[in-house]
Ligand binder design. Structure first.
Ligand SMILES: NC(=O)c1ccc[n+]([C@@H]2O[C@H](COP(=O)([O-])OP(=O)(O)OC[C@H]3O[C@@H](n4cnc5c(N)ncnc54)[C@H](O)[C@@H]3O)[C@@H](O)[C@H]2O)c1
Length: 258
């Protein structure tokens, strides 16, 4: 039996990284997928790859912080597949700096993509889910949102906000049989955690080798997580296996946060 047979899932930021692994796993479990990304090229490439493998998929280039983009993404999904059963708010980004060196624009940008994007996408699928009295909203926090991290106060505030939003929304939507849950990845191998040149721009994606190696050494499992490790938890929250669970947070961190 496939866990998501006949379901329709929107996965934001699924052109690459953890979101792409989810798109592949969810499709293989029977879901039709709306691949969303702000990067049109990776968005299209992932949707094409899914279709080539015999799965149902559409590409929706959209910026999750833009109301009009999100509205259209949800409309396009309904046009293509008839409904929305699952929303995974995966799109997210880091731009690190110590707080005294961080300008307001950088702080707000991280809040916008990670937190407001999650709120915006949820807002547009909730009426559809309420009408059906069924839905799964799965949000992406981070262990940083639970325990903080030096140079990431903006990201910690945004991901901590995602956890609070998850718990509030879970209570609001309980009677509509819509589950709202959240997972917090630890150190997962994607471009966000890839090694970049020491002395490079601190706010660019990736991290210096020293910080990268220290982070891995602090993981009890002794290795970084893979996007598939996170995708399986998102699958659990998106399927009937978690039908009596809402407002929860699971960290996917190889023991980094216990
Ligand atoms: N990699 C990790 O170790 C780690 C740890 C904790 C949390 N996370 C979270 O997991 C999620 C996925 O991260 P990843 O490591 O796969 O990163 P990634 O950069 O590989 O993938 C994220 C995708 O989101 C897209 N995106 C960024 N801004 C967007 C926007 N405004 N609208 C639509 N799409 C947008 C990017 O283009 C990218 O394709 C993020 O929310 C991230 O914060 C990752």
């Amino acid at each position: 039996m496939k866990l998501l047979e006949g379901k329709v899932a929107i996965i934001t930021g699924s052109g690459r990284g953890i979101g792409k692994a989810m798109a592949e796993l969810f499709a293989s479990e029977g879901a039709a997928i709306t691949v969303n990304d702000i990067d049109a090229d990776v968005c299209k490439a992932t949707a094409e790859e899914l279709k080539k493998n015999g799965f149902k998929a559409i590409a929706c280039k959209a910026d999750v912080t833009k109301d009009e983009d999100v509205k259209k993404m949800v409309e396009d999904t309904v046009k293509a597949f008839g409904t929305v059963d699952i929303l995974v708010n995966n799109a997210g980004i880091t731009k690190d700096a110590m707080i005294h060196k961080m300008d307001d624009k950088l702080f707000n940008f991280i809040l916008d993509v990670n937190l407001l994007g999650t709120i915006m996408c949820s807002k547009y699928v909730i009426p559809i889910m309420k009408e059906k009295q069924y839905g799964k909203i799965v949000n992406t926090a981070s262990v940083t949102g639970l325990m903080g991290n030096i140079g990431q106060t903006n990201y910690a505030a945004a991901k901590g906000g995602v956890i609070g939003f998850t718990k509030g929304l879970a209570r609001e939507l309980g009677l509509s049989k819509i589950c709202v849950n959240c997972y917090g990845p630890g150190f997962i191998e994607t471009r966000l955690t890839a090694v970049k040149a020491d002395g490079g721009d601190r706010s660019a994606l990736g991290m210096p080798k020293g910080i990268h190696d220290t982070a891995i050494a602090a993981i009890p499992f002794g290795r970084a997580g893979q996007p598939e490790d996170v995708a399986r938890v998102a699958l659990f929250f998106s399927s009937f296996l978690s039908d009596y669970i809402t407002g929860e947070v699971i960290s996917v961190s190889g023991g980094q946060l216990v």
